[in-house]
Design a protein around this ligand. Structure first.
Ligand code: B1M
Length: 206
């Protein structure tokens, strides 16, 4: 089996320690971009399996961690390879909300799909999103996560305020209480039900 195939299998299996070592070994037989593409394909497979209900959050989390390890290991090589990213995404959990497990998964899946991701963390105010958008006028996607029904109004306030900025970026929203109907109501450009769908939707939006 090739080292790239072993790397792909290790990401799918969530074997973080093996992934870091395999990236080093695989770099001897293939360029960094091929390794990244293999890991992105592995994460896409994980996303599909998750969306299909064949695997669950724990498996997705460990695969995501393994992918992160691989990306960390590859980052210096990728910078040297000068890969043009697919776009830029700013992501955060909306103000008043401290849940970040789902948001982190979404960030990793969007990064795995080829975007540069700026993660503002949790409890992110509208002002902080606005500042970040102004500092990154080339942003393509602003992704808002929310897990509490009580913080849906802050998602609405943020979505409306950032849309008023009038930039070319698209607003993507999601989180357990969020629906397509709510996304339409607050003027978001798109809604995604889970991390796999968020990555696919982000690619469709650019
Ligand atoms: Co909280 N919590 N929690 N909690 N918590 C929920 C959300 C709750 C449903 C539990 C319950 O009552 N059954 C409930 C909300 C009820 C409601 O609003 N209707 C709740 C509550 C009430 C609270 C507190 C108010 C409890 C209290 O203090 N009395 C409090 C609020 C704190 C705050 O935020 N201000 C609170 C606190 C916490 C902890 C800190 C203890 C912890 C969070 C730890 C952390 O995130 N680092 C926590 C946890 C763990 C949960 C549950 C149990 C699990 C959430 C989770 O991580 N799920 C949760 C119950 C539940 O969800 N069943 C619950 C796994 C994660 C992978 O899924 O985040 O849904 P999820 O993300 C998914 C999708 O939603 C989607 O993709 C992800 C992956 O597929 N998605 C997006 C998410 N963001 C997206 C963005 C997108 C697209 C898709 O585009 C941008």
């Amino acid at each position: 089996m090739s080292k790239i195939q072993e790397l792909s299998d290790a990401v799918i299996g969530g074997k973080s320690k093996q992934v870091a070592a395999l990236v080093k070994e695989a770099l001897a037989e293939a360029p960094a971009l091929d390794l990244l593409d293999a890991m992105i394909a592995a994460m896409a497979k994980i996303g599909d399996q998750f969306s299909a209900g064949e695997i669950f959050v724990p498996e997705m989390l460990v695969a995501a961690r393994a992918m992160q390890k691989g990306v960390e290991e590859l980052k210096p090589e990728l910078a040297a390879a000068g890969r043009e990213p697919l776009g830029k995404c700013i992501i955060g959990t909306v103000q008043g909300d401290l849940h970040d497990i789902g948001k982190n998964l979404v960030a990793i899946m969007i990064e795995s799909a080829g975007f540069d991701v700026i993660d503002l963390g949790v409890d992110v105010s509208t002002d902080k999103f606005v500042e970040c958008i102004k500092a990154n006028p080339d942003v393509n996607i602003v992704a808002l996560s929310g897990l509490l029904t009580t913080t849906m109004p802050s998602m609405e306030a943020t979505a409306k305020a950032i849309k008023e900025l009038g930039g070319a970026f698209k607003v993507l929203v999601g989180g357990a209480p969020i629906t397509q109907e709510f996304a339409d109501q607050i003027g978001a450009d798109a809604y995604a039900i889970d991390a796999g769908a968020a990555a696919i939707t982000a690619k469709d939006l650019v």
